[in-house]
Write a protein that binds this ligand. Structure first.
Ligand code: 0O2
Length: 293
């Protein structure tokens, strides 16, 4: 609170977001942070939908998972104090009030995700920091984008900044551990731990490279299993729909055949069965329309 008071001097104001209370200006943090909370929620939904779209088409998704957070007030105040940012400049200068983290399986996916973001009409890239090509001294590796994103509020549209961090699972593992150590030791992580972290950062590079070398095999395996899941869902939907409109014995026979093919664990057979069932279902649909007419 003391820190906030010292930052929020009487001559410093964020227009429309402050109320005069005697001599003291109060920043309405809840009101300020609300659009950022909305942006984080919306962007998470949108990026998760991208994963769903890829999987729905039986495709490998360059995005493995998405998380987000709004920076805590104490963390914003700490950054403002550290960088000498005045309250009226907070929203422009503190670029990571809203943060989205996108986790990928492989280093190669990071560029693909950055391309996907660049092509979007609802996101405008302001700047980028490539801590993968230029690893930080700490050993930190990640790809950062500062973007503009517009949310709709009761007072109309509001364009805000969002930091998007894109990194592999391995990079994220390292950063999460290191971040918690930073929290524990503040700026003074003991040398022997620093050295270990540095060695671990190098091991992470080797691990990411090793995984990249078998990327196509891993992607093939994941594509096949996703395709198999989609086929099975489709087949079971078709069987369920047929059960409603046709002879139950016939459908039971079809179901038995499905179990038989499923047990063979042969993707090509499953595809063939899926196609045949589609034709049968299509026939019944056509028949139903004719009957209606
Ligand atoms: P949070 O919310 O706790 O993650 P800054 O480092 O903030 O002074 P800048 O230029 O604003 O400077 O941002 P930069 O360097 O792009 O880093 C922003 C965020 O990247 C940090 O947010 C971290 O999440 C992450 N990051 C950067 N460097 C490191 C690092 O050495 N280790 C780890 N684990 N993460 C790092 P904050 O501000 O820490 O806040």
């Amino acid at each position: 609170y003391e820190m906030q008071r010292s930052l929020v001097g009487s001559e410093m104001c964020i227009r429309d977001r402050k109320r005069r209370l005697g001599d003291m200006d109060i920043l309405l943090w809840h009101e300020i942070l609300e659009p950022y909370e909305l942006a984080v929620k919306e962007l998470q939904v949108k990026f998760r939908h991208l994963i769903k779209e890829h999987h729905g088409k039986g495709l490998y998704s360059p995005i493995e998972s998405v998380s987000g957070r709004v920076k805590s007030v104490s963390s914003i105040l700490e950054k403002m104090q550290r960088k000498g940012i005045a309250p009226e400049e907070m929203e422009e200068q503190v670029e990571d009030i809203a943060g989205i983290r996108i986790i990928c399986q492989f280093v190669e996916d990071i560029e693909k995700v950055a391309d996907l973001i660049q092509k979007r009409s609802d996101i405008e890239i302001k700047s980028e920091k490539d801590y993968i090509r230029h690893m930080k001294d700490s050993g930190y590796r990640s790809y950062h984008l500062i973007v503009y994103y517009t949310v709709e509020t009761m007072n109309g549209p509001k364009r805000i900044q969002v930091e998007i961090q894109i990194r592999t699972m391995a990079m994220d593992f390292w950063a999460t551990i290191e971040h918690s150590l930073q929290y524990k030791y503040k700026a003074n992580i003991p040398d022997h731990i620093r050295e270990r972290l540095s060695a671990a950062a190098k091991a992470i590079i080797v691990l990411d490279n090793e995984m990249s070398s078998v990327r196509s095999e891993i992607m093939d395996a994941q594509n096949s299993s996703q395709m198999q899941r989609n086929l099975i869902t489709d087949i079971l939907n078709n069987i369920e729909n047929l059960y409603k409109v046709t002879n139950k014995r016939e459908v039971e026979k079809i179901q038995d055949e499905f179990y038989h093919i499923y047990a063979q664990n042969d993707l090509q057979e499953l595809k063939r069965f899926h196609k045949e069932l589609d034709l049968i279902a299509e026939g019944y649909r056509a028949q139903a329309i004719t009957d209606e007419l």
